[in-house]
Design a protein around this ligand. Sequence first.
Ligand SMILES: [Ca+2]
Length: 187
Amino acid sequence: MNKINHRLPRERLVFSPFILLFMYFLFFFWLFVMAADGKNEKSGKRQAFRVNVLANKDWTDTGLDVIEGQEIYFTATGGISLQKGNPMAYCGPDGYNLKTVQQPIPDRNIGALIGKVVYLVSIEIDEETEEEIRNEIVEVFYIGSARRVEMPLEGRLFLGINENIVGDNSGEYRVALFLMEEESLPL
Ligand SMILES: [Ca+2]
């Protein structure tokens, strides 16, 4: 009898703090998971870069060397004029609802944000003119205001405007690049 009477109250005492401890543990575990989630969303393995793309410049060097197959997510804001002083020639990163055969990408809107990767094969010097001849492989692709693009080849990433006469343009696009892999590093 003594043993039974002794055991019951002792079990109650042990049981209650155990539940409390377990609930505390659950609570802190939940806090830890929430904090880890938030951290992954903000940084994680992705790297983010910002590049301003001037509308009156042929191509803007992002300073990034990419590898073939690497995924980059682009978002772009801002606005440009395809003809400075002409209020009708204004457009955003998706471009102006017009297509011309002279554009770098003819089947997309004129003025849209585009990109290219340039792989330098070799540099030769012209013996007569002493000018530098760059043998390059170039792949141009469409971006617009938001797009995930798989890099078509290894090389330097440039951003530009889908128009062939850029000298009379004004304004800029503000582009954010999110690298989906860790291989590429800014130089
Ligand atoms: Ca123009």
